[in-house]
Design a protein around this ligand. Structure first.
Ligand code: FAD
Length: 531
């Protein structure tokens, strides 16, 4: 447990709060920090023993691994919204380390394509790989910029009142919807017929979880735009993100409790009035905010009758969960320097320039090649690592998976799921390690510790029913769902986090901002933009 939180099991958390927040992910924490700036006393209830949601780290055998933060864009541009937002909510206590000129390396078989930071450098580099497609590449960058620009108004509408939204909504949604309603593949095919170029441009699709024929182009564009100025990593590791939020919330009289599982949102006369904890204790507050994801909130925390009556149950069921993953966490008893670990991430693919086919083939047959092998080097990215963990280093390797392959072990206990489960994990581990050795052969024979997470691990620790990475899917349909906003049809119940805006640390924080604006009825943009 972090030093900055209390354990619900060991301390009475009291009940005199202005708002209760369910979950301590970056979405909830952003909302709590913004409310705290306005003097609100917030109680943040986190069911895991580690706070931070997907920003948390776990430690084992003298190592530490991040679970859901490998790189963040835009914070290295002082004047960007995200840089200012981080400064505002953390009082400038979080530092960022640049990943260098190349942030992502896309590799198909032996062919490597570097994503270089800076719009011009990125474009020029791509043109060296695809000189015949120079015009398409220029146009692609224009479309990415336009789609990402349209996002501002689109998301701003989510914090408006019903009346404001009725009047201004069509105008605010227009530019973004043009892109959001198309798949990434549709837009890219309108620019080029070069399937190799399309496969390279969508080489980061794992950042939102869907191959090009499924994802909304708007989501693709927001991610591409987000990293276009390069990648950064939190100094001190991703656990620093949560820690940097805490004092602002506590100074306003708030509290963050771990081991604090909410089992139900309390409803009285059609209004949310508090929460029931897993130990049956009731805590009341005038406002309840859930950052636990819409599926968890609606399907598992709201009383069923209420979820049905308000139509929320049907709406949530119409929006499937995003992809799930296998995560291999590896430790080495040597420093990143001596192992020559890079800072840039690898996106490694078989030499088949069709992400949709690779995904479909693998999800139908676990023996097919991994559709993607993503490799991140946290110890190399964090300049404070060597002081914290001398002569050690870590690597994360990730691929997509199929929840159905693990369903038979649903309900079993962590570390006690049995031999067949361990055997399946061992098989996937070996295959992921083999891919890692193709990329970084110097690591062969040097692994000190390796452990694989499955969707059941994600389910266990982050409470996503199918271990999903990014909440609900980011297909064109998602951006038609106007109910995905902080204010719910239930009085005093609000939503925060990645399902409100989009996945990603920046997206979940945006969900957190929209939620605070909706709760307070105050436009906080001036305060944030002057930070
Ligand atoms: C493998 C992986 C890699 C990623 N890499 C990146 C990256 O490099 N860059 C990037 O920007 N984004 C990345 N992301 C995405 C990003 O981490 C998430 O989109 C974002 O952190 C989600 O924040 P959130 O607050 O919406 O939800 P979460 O972080 O999921 O927080 C929800 C919290 O609610 C808690 N909760 C659930 N139910 C209850 C309950 N009943 N009672 C109490 N608490 C409850 C959960 O335990 C959890 O802590 C990655 C995600 C994953 C999984």
């Amino acid at each position: 447990m972090s030093k900055t939180t209390v354990s619900y099991k060991q301390q009475d958390v009291g009940d005199d709060y202005d708002a209760i927040l369910i979950g301590s992910g970056i979405g909830s924490m952003t909302t709590a920090a913004l409310l705290a700036k306005e003097g609100w006393r917030c109680l943040v209830l986190e069911r895991h023993y580690m706070p931070g949601g997907y920003t948390h780290v776990f430690k084992r055998k003298g190592y530490e691994w991040d679970v859901g933060v490998h790189y963040i864009g835009e914070v290295n541009r002082e004047t960007s919204f995200l840089a200012r937002l981080f400064r505002y909510v953390t009082d400038g206590t979080l530092e960022w380390a640049d990943m260098g000129d190349v942030y992502d390396r896309i590799r198909f078989g032996d062919e490597i394509y570097d994503f270089v930071k800076g719009r011009e450098a990125f474009t020029e580099q791509l043109k060296t790989y695809f000189p015949d497609d120079a015009k398409a590449i220029d146009q692609y960058i224009v479309e990415v910029r336009n789609a990402a620009r349209g996002a501002r108004n689109f998301f701003a509408e989510k914090a408006l009142s019903q009346m404001q939204s009725f009047i201004a909504g069509p105008f605010l949604r227009k530019d973004f919807k043009k892109y959001a309603s198309k798949t990434t593949l549709e837009v890219l095919r309108s620019l080029t017929q070069n399937e190799k170029l399309i496969a390279v441009l969508t080489g980061q699709y794992g950042d939102y979880g869907h191959p090009p024929a499924q994802s909304s182009f708007a989501m693709h564009a927001m991610v591409v735009r987000h990293y276009l100025n390069g990648g950064t990593y939190p100094v001190g590791g991703s656990g620093r993100i949560f820690e940097s939020y805490v004092s602002g919330i506590e100074q306003a009289g708030g509290l963050i409790a771990t081991n604090a599982e909410v089992s139900e949102i309390l409803m009285e006369k059609g209004k949310a009035t508090g929460v029931r904890m897993a130990d049956d204790r009731v805590i009341r507050a005038p406002v309840v905010i859930s950052g636990a994801g819409v599926h968890t909130t609606i399907n598992r925390l709201l009383p069923k009758a209420e979820a049905q009556k308000t139509g929320l149950l049907q709406k949530s069921q119409n929006n499937p969960a995003s992809a799930c993953h296998l995560g291999l966490y590896i430790g080495f008893k040597e420093s990143s320097q001596s192992l020559n670990l890079p800072k840039a991430n690898w996106w490694y693919y078989p030499p088949v320039y069709d992400h949709d086919k690779l995904c479909a083939d693998f999800l139908a047959d676990p023996n097919a090649p991994f559709p993607v092998t993503y490799v991140s080097f946290p110890s190399a990215k964090d300049p404070s690592w060597d002081d914290r963990y001398p002569n050690r280093s870590t690597v994360d390797v990730i691929t997509l998976t199929n929840y159905e392959w693990f369903r038979e072990w649903e309900g079993t206990k962590w570390h006690k799921r049995g031999e067949a489960y361990e055997a399946k994990k061992a098989e996937f581990t070996e295959r992921l390690l083999n891919n890692l050795y193709k990329l970084e052969p110097q690591l062969k024979g040097k692994v000190d510790h390796a452990e694989l997470s499955t969707p059941l691990s994600t389910q266990q620790f982050c409470n996503y029913a199918q271990g999903e990475i990014y909440g609900i899917q980011h297909t064109p349909d998602r951006f038609e769902e106007r109910w995905l906003k902080p204010k719910t049809p239930i009085k005093n119940l609000y939503l925060s986090g990645q399902d409100v805006a989009t996945a990603g640390v920046g997206g979940a924080m945006m969900g957190g901002v929209l939620c605070a604006v909706s709760v307070l009825g105050k436009n906080m943009m001036n305060d944030i933009m002057t930070a």
